[in-house]
Write a protein that binds this ligand. Structure first.
Ligand SMILES: N[C@@H](CCC(=O)N[C@@H](CS)C(=O)NCC(=O)O)C(=O)O
Length: 215
């Protein structure tokens, strides 16, 4: 098989990059990552030649280009059907995709007010309207799925659905948004996963500061 190259933005802030990266790493898929730091307020011209949208993440696989974080996870799940990127049962897979789409298209108040920031010391901020509604909905998703699966991840073992929520775990943590044991237990499982720790280690030594992502 031709090699897989995942082009990503920096690891401290690039939440969309984090999703396929942690999914592929947790699933043991061999790939190379290429960090293309973005620090332009209006995007990064260096993304244009590598990505049809001028955005990252984008996966290169021979001549194939796959963009959009969830589409990348779907593509590698097809290439590696035995690596557990999605839950085994059709009903669980449907729910995993539903909540992944909900993440991709929703939770805008939370995403807008609380940018992912791996190195940020824990500190509360004033929250605009809508943020706590997003937090409550996400807590419900996590609580119901872990009650059904038995945890520690949403469907038992780590899947692409957990990957889609990984940046939210950072947001809940560093903006101190939640205090209930159930949510904190899921966050602890995510934050101690070897793939999370590997990303975090790289993020913490990055030199770039993106002022608009420093809430
Ligand atoms: N819906 C896309 C979002 C991609 C996205 O917005 N990526 C950001 C980095 S996290 C980006 O490339 N920003 C640069 C720009 O918008 O010019 C996905 O899921 O991959």
């Amino acid at each position: 098989m031709e090699k897989l190259t995942l082009y990503i933005g920096n690891k401290n802030y690039s939440s969309w990059s984090f999703r396929p990266w942690i999914a592929m790493t947790a699933a043991g898929i061999p790939f190379e990552d290429m960090v293309i730091p973005f620090d332009f307020p209006a995007g990064n011209p260096k993304f244009k030649p590598i990505s049809p949208t001028g955005r990252v993440p984008v996966l290169h696989h021979g001549d194939v280009r796959v963009w959009e974080s969830l589409a990348i996870i779907e593509y590698v799940a097809e290439l590696f059907p035995d690596n557990g990127l999605w839950p085994k049962g059709a009903a669980d897979r449907a729910v995993a995709r539903s909540i992944s789409m909900e993440m991709l298209s929703g939770f805008r108040a939370l995403r807008g007010a609380c940018p992912m920031n791996i190195r940020r010391p824990k500190r509360k901020i004033d929250l605009p309207d809508g943020v706590m509604d997003d937090v409550t909905r996400i807590q419900t998703i996590w609580r119901e799925l872990r009650a059904k699966s038995g945890g520690p991840f949403l469907f038992g073992a780590f899947t692409g659905a957990d990957a889609m929520f990984a940046p939210v775990v950072n947001r809940f943590d560093v903006y101190d948004l939640v205090a209930d044991d159930e949510t904190l237990a899921y966050m602890a499982a995510m934050k101690s996963h070897p793939a999370w720790l590997k990303w975090q280690e790289a993020a913490l030594i990055e030199p770039w500061i993106v002022p608009e992502d420093e809430a």
